[in-house]
Design a protein around this ligand. Structure first.
Ligand code: CAA
Length: 281
């Protein structure tokens, strides 16, 4: 595998692009708008510059990594990629439309992976004529720092496809964990309800935001508190995942808290909009 396509240049897409290019892959990325293409490359550049400052890589290495990245708004750019990783909007209908388009466009032997954080791989694969080559490859935020990749087989994913992406995750310096298809997989089924519960504790006035986060950092040794983590992930993403858990399982324990709904409606999505449970500059 030499050339890897990435769709989407948000927080996750940019992180995935960086890690792939750092490990020697030629990366072709596609976003819908030119500002998103430029924004994705700018995020990677900024991160690599930080690494140069920390003397983890040289300026020449940074330039070499960046030279492996090419972007476009035209989906044709991923046409001859050996593998495509989709990290676009977390919405089933748009993912299905995208996968149907990729299926028509890409080489028949190409694997198409999705970075979905909770949606059904089997349902996404059903939009294509190559369900054996569709697989979940779920990275964690911030991608360059987080060691885990959840590898999810849909009902029709072949063992060969799974083995290929397990191998890729290892080449990227990550630890792959194979999980069965299920809403939220492993991490998000635990993590997202915890953030939802923290919002409930805040809404009930049990403690303030700082108190809740300090309690979990100092009392459970979490690297960051649940509310700051919600802000990092994005409260729109947190809400989308809670909705998937709630509708798929039908269990009231997964009901999204109204405070999170209100904050999303108000555009307080966390770090990416400058305000969530906390304020960011
Ligand atoms: N991009 C790239 N690298 C980053 C980064 C970023 N945004 N933030 C931190 N890092 C790197 C730093 O460069 C540093 O690397 P080196 O040690 O090689 O220099 C390392 O991470 C540690 O960073 P810091 O020392 O600056 O800060 P820290 O020790 O406080 O760690 C953290 C920051 C890694 C974010 C840590 O707080 C943490 O692990 N938090 C929990 C994150 C988490 O749970 N993520 C999962 C979210 S759920 C998800 O993503 C799935 C989903 O589907 C919603």
């Amino acid at each position: 595998m030499k050339k890897i396509g990435v769709l989407g240049t948000g927080t996750m897409g940019a992180g995935i692009i960086q890690v792939l290019a750092q490990n020697g892959y030629e990366v072709v990325l596609r976003a819908r708008r030119q500002t998103s293409v430029d924004g994705g490359i700018a995020k990677v550049t900024k991160n690599l510059e930080k690494m140069v400052t920390k003397e983890k890589i040289t300026a020449a290495e940074k330039d070499e990594i960046l030279s492996r990245i090419h972007g476009s708004t035209d989906i044709e750019i991923v046409k001859d990629a050996d593998l495509i990783i989709e990290a676009a909007t977390e919405e089933m209908e748009s993912k299905k439309a995208l996968f149907a388009e990729l299926d028509e466009l890409c080489k028949p032997e190409a694997i198409i992976a999705t970075n979905t954080s909770s949606l059904s791989i089997t349902e996404i694969a059903a939009a294509t004529k190559r369900p054996d080559k569709i697989v979940g490859m779920h990275f964690f935020n911030p991608v360059p720092a987080m060691k885990l990749v959840e590898i999810i087989k849909g009902m029709l994913t072949s063992d060969e496809t799974r083995d290929t992406v397990v191998e890729l995750a290892k080449i990227l310096g990550k630890t792959p964990v194979e999980v069965e298809e299920a809403p939220g997989f492993v991490v998000n089924r635990i993590l997202i309800p915890m953030i939802n519960e923290a919002a409930g504790i805040l809404a009930d006035g049990v403690a303030d935001a700082e108190g809740i986060d300090n309690a979990m950092k100092l009392g459970a040794n979490h690297p960051m508190g649940p509310l700051a983590l919600g802000d990092l992930i994005g409260l729109d993403v947190v809400l989308a995942i809670m909705n998937v858990l709630y509708t798929e399982y039908g269990d009231p324990k997964y009901r999204p808290h109204v405070l999170i709904k209100k904050m999303v409606r108000a555009g307080k999505l966390g770090q990416k909009t400058g305000e969530g449970f906390f304020v960011y500059n």
